[in-house]
Design a protein around this ligand. Structure first.
Ligand code: ADP
Ligand code: MG
Length: 324
């Protein structure tokens, strides 16, 4: 985890009061947020001169010593990794023991597949103590489609025997209306995540504004560039603060598929590379849902069943696989 020794960005070499206020306005309000920001971004977002940005970035990195780590430190960082339970042993097992911190997990699926339900459920679970599979922290829920439903969270918590008011208080919600707004919200998320002890950051869904705003081939590369920097910012927050990031994504037709799945995740390579684990969700018969790992650095390609219930999501066994 990032140790903050110098407390204020103004204590950094090269940061005067004017620069400090420019940086704060752009969302950089801690040494660690500066240390992990690309220099190009400091120039663009805070309006700094190249040389100033270079100097500040270097000072911030030196302060928290991010430049070189030993493999032992890497190993220790990995030891800090925590797992958030879905309260479904099927889904926990699929993800190698629960949703991982320091990573982006992407849920992909068509409309109604259960993506938002999973996001809401995780926002509840994250607040549970660690002994109950939670991370004893709050959730930050960035909603791009307006589908977050407080009453549904209320229903889940009631059914789980929790105090709904307390859980609802532990979900910090932001409705974002366009991709600029979404990017800005994540730019400012570092501070709120640190202050509020956020352990889960949700973006549901990550691509819809980008897809709606950038239409046509000529704008595709600009879209992908902005998306790329947005996703990397999410990943850096996950790693610096040891929290879990969940993003959701839709599917699009895959014209190249002769065999197998005629759909694939939207967003192309940029999204494929940024997500640590990708999970495809599908509706199945008997009201069940299938979750399948489609891309992960170490999880096997496997699938499992779950269902959407009053409590949120729960294990399910299809009839033909039951013993009875
Ligand atoms: P998306 O993948 O589009 O985000 P959602 O997560 O919104 O999909 O899932 C919608 C599905 O969840 C619908 O099929 C709906 O029937 C189901 N659902 C919502 N609330 C409940 C509930 N309380 N009990 C059972 N199923 C529910
Ligand atoms: Mg949804």
């Amino acid at each position: 985890m990032v140790a903050e020794t110098i407390v204020d960005i103004q204590d950094l070499n090269g940061v005067g009061p004017v620069t400090a206020s420019k940086l704060r306005e752009a969302g950089y309000d801690s040494i660690s947020s500066l240390a992990i920001a690309p220099i190009r971004e400091l120039i663009e977002k805070a309006g700094l001169e190249n040389s100033v940005a270079q100097k500040i970035s270097k000072a911030a990195r030196e302060t928290i010593q991010t430049d070189f780590v030993t493999a032992k430190q890497l190993y220790e960082r990995r030891q800090n990794l925590q797992r958030l339970s879905f309260a479904s042993s099927n889904l926990d097992k699929l993800l190698g023991g629960g949703l991982e911190t320091q990573a982006i997990t992407e849920f992909v699926g068509e409309f109604g597949a259960g993506k938002s339900q999973i996001c809401m459920k995780l926002s509840v679970n994250v607040q549970l103590p660690e002994k109950d599979g939670g991370l004893n922290g709050k959730a930050l829920f960035i909603d791009t489609e307006g589908t977050f439903a407080a009453q549904r969270v209320y229903q889940m918590t009631k059914a789980m025997g929790l105090d709904p008011e307390k859980i609802l208080d532990g979900i910090i919600y932001s409705r974002v209306y366009n991709s600029d707004h979404q990017i800005l919200t994540v730019d400012h998320a570092f501070k709120i995540c640190q202050e509020e002890k956020i352990k889960l950051l949700v973006v549901d869904s990550v691509l819809s504004h980008f897809r709606g705003e950038y239409i046509g081939r000529e704008s595709l590369s600009e879209r992908q560039q902005r998306l790329n920097s947005h996703l990397h910012k999410l990943l850096r927050i996950a790693q610096a603060l040891n929290l879990a990031v969940v993003i959701t994504n839709q599917v699009q037709a895959n014209p190249q598929a002769f065999f197998g799945d005629p759909t694939r995740p939207a967003g192309g390579n940029i999204l494929a590379h940024a997500s640590t684990h990708r999970v495809m969700l599908k509706k199945a018969s008997q009201g069940l849902r299938v979750a399948k790992i489609i891309d992960s650095p170490y999880l096997p390609e496997s699938e499992t069943y779950f269902q959407i219930t009053e409590k949120g999501v729960e294990d399910a066994v299809p009839k033909n696989k039951r013993d009875d």
